[in-house]
Every structure is written in C-alpha cells, then in structure tokens.
Design a protein around this ligand. Structure first.
Ligand code: PLP
Length: 452
C-alpha cells in the first residue's frame, strides 16, 4: 500500500533558503522611489531590518537559515506531504494527487515561515516594535506568534470589515500579546484622511499597509513587516518546495504539474521556485498559480510599475496590478484580495515560465467541501482556489486516461474562516467577474512618469 503521509525527520529541515534571483533568465526590475530613481538600501532600512534589505536584493543562490529560526520552525516543520488517496478515489481519476500541508503551523498557514525569520532579523537589529497589516488575519496571527517568541511588541492594522467579521482571529493575535486596531484608524495621517472623506470606510489591505508603513517610518524603535509580495518573503517560503521535492523523491515520484493559490505570491514562490532549476534543465513540469476571477491580478491585470499601498507611500514595483486604489468586491469571501503580486512571480509569468488560472468563488467552495469530505481537512478559502484547479486537472485525466502526478500547496486550514463557509452554505455568495471598465480605469491611475 503506498504511503498516505510522507514525513521527513527534523534533521531533514532545509538548512538554506533558495534564492531564485540567482537563476533568473533576466535580472529583476529595480524598485523605484518617488523621484523615479531606484530605491537605495539606506531608504529601505528606514522601515526594514538590514538583513532583510540585503536578502531583498541578494543574488546569492543559497542563504543559510539562522539556527534561532530553525529551532522555532522545528516546532511544526518539516510539514507532512499527503497522498490524497481518498480524493483520487472520490474523483475516480488515474491521476496521483499530493498536497503539502502548511496548516500544521501554530497559526494555521504557511505565513509563520516568514514571520519567524522577519521577527528574528528585527530583534538582532535592536528593533523593539513591529507594525503590519492584515486582511483576513492570517499574516497578523503569524507575526503576533513570531513577535511573542522574540519578545517584540506587535501592532496589527486589521482591515475593519475583517476585524468585525472574524473576531477569533483578533483573539488569537491578542492571545499572543499583539495589539490589534481596526483600520482605517485615527492614529495615522493616512487613516484620518480616508475617514474624513468616508467615516464608514470598511478598510482595505492597501489602506492598512499605508497606516503600518507610516507609523514605522515615524519611529526609530519600530519597523514594518509584510507577509507576502517582497522577495525576502518568497525566499523564506522556499522551505515548502525544498521539502516537497525531497518527500516526493522518497516515494520515487516527481510532479507533472504544481498548483498553488496566489494572493501576493508567497506560497506560489515558496513551493515552485525550488523546482525551477529542473524546468530550466529541460524537465517537463507545469507551474500554475491560481487566483480568483473577482481579483484577477495575473490573468487580467496590467504589467506596470505601481505602488504597493493605496496612499502611495511604498516604492513602485514592476508587477501585475489592478491599480493601487483597488477595492475588492464586498461579495468576495475567498481571500486573495491584494491588488498587486510579487515582482518575481509577475516576471516569471510575463516570461512564460509560470502559468496562471482564475477560478470563480462558488466553484472554489464546492471544491473545498468535496476535499474536506474526502480528506477530512477543512481548507482555508484561499487554498480552495488551488483545489478547484487540481480537481479540474484530475477530472481531465479521467477523460484522457493519463496518470499524471499533481502536487499542490494546501496553504492553510479554514478553522477561523468558517463565516466564509457559512456564507457559501447559506447561498449568500455569487460569482463575480472583475469589470472591464474598472481595469481600464486602473490604467489611468497608474503612475505615468515611470519607465514602462
Ligand atoms: C495569505 C494566504 C494565502 C495567499 O498569500 P500568498 O502570499 O499568495 O501565499 C494563501 N493561503 C493562505 C492560507 C494564506 O493565509
């Protein structure tokens, strides 16, 4: 009987992160400052720890994971790789389906992989406080956990609508000792400006980022942290793909195709980058990022320089974007609502090395429920996007009779997002395509002076 759970020893936890920048066919486009010039390391260290700034632009292929970080990762890593025997049977497919389960971390997602590293580097830089933003609460929880482990104060600007709808995520962050504020707040200039125009603004990730960046920039003892998008975050997530590659090797298998849900791109990069060298060496492997049709950043966005936040405080990054003033449709419950995407993922997609698919939300919840009935785990709504794409691929294999090997990231569990499932089960959700007019309008709001 083939294995159900493929596990590694603690000693097999990767010792290094893999830096894909060393192997890119073309160098990444630089981040640009308000003057249109590339941002300097000096400018970035005003809000980021120096080691993280160094990693952001490093071209070194392997970067050692500090002992202190490995010791904490070892609480839940290596994570298990599952063979989805019961899902395969339910789909009656000849395909082999494997999933890498990141929901075993204390916060319930892959995000602590980077939160622990970011807290560590800030601690050794003498920083006392961290600020950040969170939408559904996954990143805020991860950073609260990591901050508590290194004795750092954490302040989380949580998108107001989620603050109200997901009270237990706030309880988790507070249990780990963090302070959680409903964004927009009256504490920052960015927040006050939004509230003066619209006192009932429900908040967005872009607004919460502006608040967290503004605070970090104004205090010497405080730095800002981001849970996705940036190169160093994707770097920290490469433990996922390195472990998965090793686990598949143990059972003598190799993926024909890998799927991962895509918000800012951190679990896509973390899972897929360690397989890119094989692809470059001629291995036939497809790498597919899956996003919602209501926030179709890669599949329909513009590849251009844009800000990472709504107030325009962050540097400009060349990425696929729906425009930094994007407000997600309120009907969308499945996460993955950021207007932009990792510059590295965007570049690899632009160059045809990664693929992308967009899936409608009703199909993602249907897929997640089918998965939970077969495999037991209730997936995070974000992860359901990948599951929907996996099921479609496995059903295609049933038609063609191909026995493909499919791998995906089960990026988290859904235990603190059951309101999203409630909404689906009670018929409150609908599918929504992102309107073409909004895409065209976003084009007009992109910074015009920067090099295309
Ligand atoms: C945050 C999150 C995502 C999306 O973020 P990426 O940076 O694109 O990985 C996906 N799944 C879960 C469970 C998350 O918490």
């Amino acid at each position: 009987m083939p294995l159900t759970k493929i596990v590694l020893e603690e000693s097999e936890l990767p010792s290094h992160w893999y830096n894909v920048i060393a192997d890119l066919p073309n160098p990444p486009a630089p981040y640009l400052g308000p003057d249109g010039q590339p941002v300097t390391a000096e400018q970035m260290t005003q809000i980021f720890a120096p080691d993280l700034v160094e990693q952001e632009v490093s071209t070194q292929r392997w970067i050692e994971i500090p002992q202190e970080v490995r010791e904490i990762l070892r609480l839940w890593r290596p994570t298990p790789l599952f063979r989805a025997h019961r899902l395969e049977a339910a789909l009656n497919t000849p395909a082999k389906i494997y999933y890498k389960y990141e929901g075993v971390s204390p916060a319930g997602s892959h995000k602590p992989n980077s939160a622990v590293a970011q807290a560590y580097y800030n601690k050794i830089a003498g920083i006392r406080r961290l600020t950040t933003e969170t939408g559904a609460g996954q990143w805020g929880s991860a950073l609260s956990l990591a901050g508590s482990m290194f004795g750092l104060e954490v302040r989380v600007y949580m998108v107001k609508i989620s603050y109200e709808q997901k009270p237990f995520r706030r309880s988790m962050m507070e249990t780990w000792g963090a302070e959680v504020l409903a964004s927009p707040t009256t504490l920052t200039h960015s927040g006050r400006q939004i509230l003066s125009q619209d006192p009932h603004n429900p908040g967005s990730l872009g607004i919460a980022i502006s608040e967290a960046v503004e605070e970090a920039a104004s205090r010497k003892d405080t730095n800002y942290t981001l849970g996705s998008v940036l190169n160093h975050v994707l770097l920290h997530q490469t433990v996922i793909g390195q472990e998965a590659r090793q686990q598949l090797k143990k059972v003598g298998d190799y993926p024909d195709v890998i799927f991962a849900p895509c918000g800012g791109g951190s679990n896509v990069g973390g899972m897929m980058f360690p397989f890119l060298a094989d692809k470059a060496a001629g291995q036939a492997i497809r790498l597919v990022a899956v996003e919602p049709t209501s926030c179709p950043t890669l599949t329909r966005g513009h590849y251009a320089y844009d800000h990472g936040d709504s107030a325009g405080l962050t540097p400009l990054m060349k990425m696929y974007t729906l425009g930094h003033d994007f407000m997600p449709p309120s009907i969308h419950a499945g996460g993955l609502r950021y207007h932009g995407d990792s510059a590295l993922v965007s570049q690899l997609y632009h160059e045809g090395i990664l693929e992308a698919q967009a899936v409608p939300q009703l199909a993602t919840f249907k897929a997640g429920i089918l998965f939970s009935k077969a495999e037991g785990i209730i997936p995070a709504p974000e992860s359901n996007h990948a599951i929907q794409a996996v099921i479609a691929e496995a059903e295609h294999c049933r038609v063609t009779g191909e026995s493909k090997t499919i791998l995906f990231t089960l990026s988290g569990h859904g235990h603190f997002d059951m309101t999203a499932y409630d909404k689906y089960l009670s018929g409150q959700l609908t599918d929504q395509d992102y309107p073409e007019e909004a895409l065209q309008a976003a084009l007009h709001n992109l910074p015009k002076w920067v090099a295309k």
